[in-house]
Ligand binder design. Structure first.
Ligand SMILES: [Zn+2]
Length: 189
């Protein structure tokens, strides 16, 4: 995504003290970068869609036919819902360090609140929320800037027709979790 006023202003928080609702803020040498409120909004939009997809995980999603870019101009079948979920997790795994990914898994994927995460990871409340904000900013930016196909805008992800053929994501996700099995959270205090 090329950042400009048009695409940032719609995502900005009106009461934001950093960008005052414009979505971009000035940094060194007059360069404009997306404000953190915009990056958080992008992360939240992708996370909400991920949760929506996960809610319907038991149902078999529709198969869609996609036209691939390139000299071959092939067409291929894809499962958008499952691909989006796999992309969301795999991209996050690549972008976060081990500590941040633990917070991401516990809080965003397994739904643990800040008390459970702090107890499990041995951190205080301030560290937890600072880490969550950092995760949201980094992933929000990554989801929007990812090349060659980004997760955001979400409607383009689900309807986009200019894709390259890709290796099976679900296989990659399976390999990731086989190497790193999910740690169950304690159910009670
Ligand atoms: Zn802002």
């Amino acid at each position: 995504m090329q950042w400009n006023r048009s695409n940032a202003i719609g995502l900005a928080k009106e009461s934001c003290s950093a960008c005052h609702g414009y979505g971009l803020r000035l940094v060194h040498k007059g360069r404009e970068v997306p404000c953190q409120c915009v990056l958080r909004a992008i992360f939240r939009a992708c996370y909400n869609r991920f949760r929506d997809c996960a809610t319907h995980a038991g149902q078999v999603g529709n198969v869609s036919l996609e036209f691939c870019r390139g000299k071959e101009g092939r067409r291929m079948y894809s499962r958008k819902r499952e691909e989006f979920m796999a992309d969301f997790i795999l991209v996050s795994r690549r972008m976060l360090n081990s500590f941040e990914y633990d917070i991401f898994r516990f809080h965003f994927l397994l739904g643990a609140d800040w008390r459970m995460c702090c107890r499990r990871l041995g951190i205080d409340r301030g560290t937890f929320f600072h880490s969550v904000y950092r995760i949201e900013h980094r992933l929000g930016r990554t989801f929007a800037e990812l090349e060659p196909y980004s997760l955001y805008p979400i409607d383009e992800y689900f309807t986009g027709m200019n894709r390259e053929p890709r290796r099976p994501l679900l296989r990659e996700l399976f390999d990731l979790h086989r190497k790193r099995p999910p740690v169950p959270l304690p159910l009670s205090a």
